[in-house]
Every structure is written in structure tokens, then in C-alpha cells.
Design a protein around this ligand. Structure first.
Ligand code: ZN
Length: 375
């Protein structure tokens, strides 16, 4: 092991966002699976604290008049899968509801696991359900996924079809305030710009973007513009760098968008055929898109590019990791899974960041922020 690997394994490494619960809810195991993340590879990759996203696919929303909303039920099913895996592998991984708990678990040689909702439709417009999810251990909520809600605009919908509410409605403001009261982190990845600025006016606590990159390098609606990065930092927030190639690299993004447009019907057919099976949708759609796009290599150095851009804008105290592993099949060729995380440390070192800055980005920023917002 060389000095860089020692630094990586000695540092506390945190990841703000993976979609592995989609696999665990299908019956796959944290002991080993065909996705990006399992316990043996987390261990080898030096990962210490993982936030698992409770992403509720909008297919659980009522799709026809009179149909029941199953979003909250789905969120709970994903948390059931999380708890089952925590019990099964309790010697290796334990749930953490506070930063202090996470530090204790890691100090004792374990891996800490935490929960965050992705998509505020999970609460079905009901603050009681928000509180119930908090009681089950959820410590952050991404206000929206790609779909705008009755109470908040999403980046994708606002970009493609214009704003619905101009940010938050009155109920949306209540959600943010209740999250502040509970000690639940507001996550603005996927939120529309209107929602982003509205939340910064309303929230009493610092907020984060769990898995978003820099728009100045890759102008995707999921990425953050420089003024947003500065504002998040000024409010004490953090940003997790996303490893999805379409957010990291502009050429990949453009080819991906062209391919998605060209293959719209085929991709939709895959989604319909595997309606409740995101991992399979993801794999099959990727195969189709890759064939259409042709070789479009994105090296892991792009991850360092986005980190360095943010560090140059706001310093090293506000940048973190939010890989999106298992949420996308398109990650850099040399960052194919969690086991390869030590490469991030090596790349940041090569770019001239000192050990202290690297430790902050790998995990100390997340722990400081987690402690400040959730206690
Ligand atoms: Zn996401």
C-alpha cells in the first residue's frame, strides 16, 4: 500500500447517494450483488458511511383517476429492505441516525449506513408521513426527483416545460420548515432553480445537493450553476459530486440526449416491460444507448475536474461525494464500482490538493454537516 492508499483508508470516506436499495428490495444482498456496491467492495474501497437513497419511482403515483397513491408504501418497502440487510449483516454494517453514531460505528471497525428520501412525493402531501419517515431513520429528503410535485418544481420539468409553482407553494414552505424542526437535511439535487432559491430563503438550516456536478463544466439541468454553488456554500451547505458520465462530461451528455431522443420508443418499451424493476431497466436501456452512442469514453479525471472547479469557487469545505452508484449504468470506465474509490484520492492528490483538503472532501465535510443539521 502506498502513501495515497494509506491516506484513503485512514480517512473517513462518505458517499451521500447510491440507489442500491432498488436492488436490495428485489431480494439482492449487500453481501454481494451484480451492481456497483456491496459490503466486500465497500470494505476494499475504504467506504465508511453510505447514505442509501429511498428513491420512489413515480410509477407508484396514481396513474389513472381513482387509483391509490402507493408512494409512501414504496418508501417504506425500501426501508424494510434496508433494515433486513442491516440485521442480516449486523457484524459488518450498522445503521446511523447521527454523525456521532456514524463515527462510533466506524471507530469500531464497521461501516455506517444512513437513509435519505429521493422524491418528496413519498410523503403524499402529508407532514405526518414525513415525520413517520424521520422516525424510521430517514435523515434527508430530496424535495423532488425529476417530476414536479403539487408543492415543488423539479429541474427536469421546469427546464423542459416551464415552472409550475415558481418554486415552493405554501405547503412546500411548511415541508422545509418541518424538516428544519425535525433535524432532517433538505437535499436540492433534482430541484428546479426556482425551488433552489426559494428553499434558500426559507430554510433555517444549511442545505445540500447530494448528487450534482458543476454546470459550468457540463451544462446539464441536473448540475449546479456557479451562483448556486456559491450560495450553498455561503449557507454552510455541501455538494456531493455525481459519477454519472452525462453530468461529468459534455460530449457524453450531448450524445446521450441525442440517443435518448432517437431511441425514445425503445427505451419506453423497456420501462413498460420492467415497470417495477429499475435495475433491469437501467441495464437494458444502457445497452441500447451505448450501441447508438458508440465509444464515448469518460475518464475518472472528470470527477477531479468537477471537484477542483467547486474547490476553486468556494474552497474545500463544501465539496463531498455523491456517486449515484446503482442509479446509473454509465460511470467512468476506471471508476466501475465502489471498490475503485481510492482512485478519487489519487486524482485529487495529483491535482495538488493537500491531505487535509482531501480528507474533508472524502468525508469530513459530510460528518460536520450531518452533525450540524441532524444533531
Ligand atoms: Zn437522483
Amino acid at each position: 500500500m502506498d502513501a495515497i492508499e494509506r491516506l484513503h483508508h485512514d480517512a473517513i470516506v462518505c458517499d451521500l447517494h447510491v440507489d442500491t436499495l432498488q436492488r436490495l428490495a428485489k431480494g439482492e444482498s449487500l453481501a454481494g450483488n451484480g451492481g456497483h456496491l456491496d459490503l466486500p467492495r465497500m470494505r476494499r474501497g475504504g467506504l465508511d458511511l453510505q447514505f442509501f437513497a429511498v428513491w420512489v419511482d413515480p410509477v407508484y403515483l396514481p396513474r389513472r383517476e381513482g387509483e391509490r397513491d402507493r408512494s409512501y408504501e414504496r418508501a417504506n418497502a425500501l426501508i424494510d429492505a434496508f433494515e433486513r440487510e442491516m440485521q442480516t449483516h449486523s457484524a459488518a454494517v450498522q445503521p446511523a441516525r447521527t454523525a456521532a453514531e456514524a463515527r462510533r460505528i466506524v471507530a469500531a471497525g464497521g461501516i455506517a449506513a444512513a437513509l435519505g428520501i429521493e422524491g418528496g412525493h413519498a410523503i403524499e402531501n402529508d407532514l405526518g408521513k414525513l415525520e413517520a419517515l424521520y422516525r424510521r431513520g430517514v435523515r434527508y429528503m430530496g424535495l423532488t426527483w425529476n417530476n414536479s410535485l403539487d408543492w415543488a418544481d423539479a429541474a427536469k420539468e421546469e427546464t423542459l416545460h416551464g415552472t409550475r409553482h415558481g418554486g415552493l407553494t405554501g405547503f412546500g414552505e411548511q415541508v422545509v420548515r418541518r424538516m428544519n424542526d425535525l433535524g432532517m437535511i433538505v437535499d436540492l439535487s433534482h430541484a428546479a432553480e426556482s425551488t433552489f432559491w426559494h428553499v434558500l430563503r426559507v430554510s433555517r438550516a444549511p442545505v445540500m445537493a447530494s448528487h450534482s456536478d458543476a454546470w459550468a463544466l457540463t451544462p446539464h439541468f441536473r448540475n449546479l450553476k456557479d451562483d448556486q454553488i456559491r450560495a450553498l456554500a455561503a449557507h454552510g451547505g455541501i455538494i456531493g459530486i455525481n459519477f454519472y458520465c452525462a453530468f461529468l462530461d459534455t460530449t457524453f451528455m450531448q450524445r446521450q440526449m441525442q440517443a435518448e431522443e432517437h431511441l425514445k420508443d425503445q427505451v419506453e418499451a423497456i420501462e413498460t416491460a420492467h415497470l417495477y424493476d429499475f435495475p433491469t431497466q437501467c441495464t437494458l436501456a444502457r445497452r441500447l444507448l451505448d450501441a447508438e452512442m458508440g465509444p464515448t469514453p469518460v475518464p475518472a479525471t472528470r470527477i477531479a475536474d468537477h471537484v477542483l472547479h467547486m474547490v476553486q469557487l468556494v474552497g474545500p469545505d463544501h465539496v463531498a461525494l455523491g456517486s449515484d452508484f446503482d442509479g446509473t449504468a454509465a460511470v467512468p470506465d476506471d471508476m466501475p464500482d465502489v471498490e475503485h474509490l481510492p482512485l478519487v484520492t489519487r486524482l485529487l492528490h495529483q491535482r495538488g490538493l493537500d491531505d487535509n483538503a482531501i480528507r474533508k472532501i472524502l468525508g469530513e465535510n459530510v460528518l460536520r454537516f450531518f452533525e450540524r443539521v441532524c444533531g
